[in-house]
Design a binder for this molecule. Structure first.
Ligand code: NAG
Ligand code: NAG
Length: 323
């Protein structure tokens, strides 16, 4: 995927500008650059995944647009010393999973990758949603038989190689959909964080979904009659696909008009901003990095607050008869 200026991470900029300008630099400039280089290396070197919940609390590693998701506020400053405090909630028809309660462990069959499952069928969902933190020279495993996969890059760069042997680089904000039983691998040389959705594909007639690779910034804005938020869909809306991933943007003060209650399930990751999510009779303050599970028919509503836009990524099952 071609990066937009916004999605290039400063570390990459540092490295590439270093290599670009090496030839026409004076000694003093070289010194400055190598100092910068070591500083960057030091920061990268510090960014292991050894902290208890997989997050670095002090070191700011990158400034990609979804920086807050991989460098979340673990709890409000005035509550950080309070033992046992978490904003996470798990109810029968919804859950809010906040970063201080993420637990990472090695992803089965993947190499050098730590995963945190945020939504699984144990909650009642028909899909899984997890964060995958790929480390140096890491590699994905294939999903189980008949399971389709969607992945979205939150931080870093990965290389996707498919059954045709064609490789594509996926930067922050890029994504890929891999149909069930579609051979592929995702590799990472340094570090990358993905959010991944998987579910058992539901056949319809003889329709066959295809591999999709894209980036959010390249998707057109869609009409949202009666609503004010901006909507992009990352997958085709055609019947071959049994789910879609929506990217929804709200300016501060904007909110959902419809107080939705519907048969579809949702897995949500708040990528930017903050606001209030209503789930059933509960009203949750949420911010970038928070994940939400919404069971069918849970009343749901969002209002964006604060100074910056809210953006979230939303799984929704579509195109299949619920019976
Ligand atoms: C592999 O990826 C390339 C590039 O996206 C695509 O053109 C090709 O159709 C893919 N192969 C299959 C079998 O889908
Ligand atoms: C809001 O956006 C501004 C400018 O882009 C940025 O400096 C600030 O850190 C953001 N605030 C939050 C809470 O993300």
């Amino acid at each position: 995927m071609k990066p937009t200026d916004k999605t290039i991470e400063p570390i990459n900029i540092c490295f590439s500008s270093l290599f670009f300008h090496l030839n026409d630099m004076h000694n003093s400039q070289l010194l400055v650059f190598f100092t910068l280089f070591s500083a960057v290396k030091w920061v990268v070197g510090e960014s292991g995944f050894c902290s208890e919940n997989g997050y670095e609390s002090n070191v700011i590693v990158t400034e990609s647009i979804y920086h807050k998701v991989t460098n979340p506020t673990l709890s409000p400053i005035h509550l950080q010393d309070l033992p046992g405090f978490t904003r996470s909630v798990y109810r029968e028809d919804h859950a809010v999973i906040t970063p201080e309660s993420h637990v990472f462990s090695p992803l089965p069959d993947w190499s050098n990758t730590m995963g945190a499952y945020l939504i699984t069928p144990a909650m009642g969902s028909h899909f899984v949603m997890y964060l995958a933190k790929m480390q140096v020279l890491s590699r994905s495993a294939l999903p189980s038989e008949d399971v389709e996969r969607f992945l979205f890059v939150l931080q870093g760069t990965v290389t996707l190689t498919n059954v045709s042997g064609i490789s594509q680089e996926l930067l922050v904000d890029s994504y890929a959909y891999l149909p069930a039983n579609f051979e592929h691998s995702v590799r990472c040389e340094t570090s990358a964080t993905l959010v991944v959705f998987e579910r058992r594909y539901v056949n319809l007639r003889n329709l066959v979904p295809e591999q999709i690779v894209g980036s959010t910034a390249m998707q057109p804005l869609l009409d949202t009659p009666g609503e004010i938020f901006e909507l992009r869909k990352l997958l085709p809306t055609s019947a071959a696909y049994d789910f879609n991933i929506h990217i929804m943007d709200f300016q501060p003060g904007e909110f959902l008009n419809v107080k939705e209650v519907h048969y579809n399930q949702h897995g949500l990751l708040l990528l930017e901003g903050q606001g209030i999510y209503r789930l059933g009779d509960n009203w949750y303050p949420v911010e970038a990095g928070d994940a939400i599970w919404m069971a069918p028919f849970v009343p749901q509503w969002y209002a964006a607050l604060g100074k910056n836009r809210s953006r979230y990524l939303l799984y929704k099952d579509v195109n299949r008869n619920p019976l």
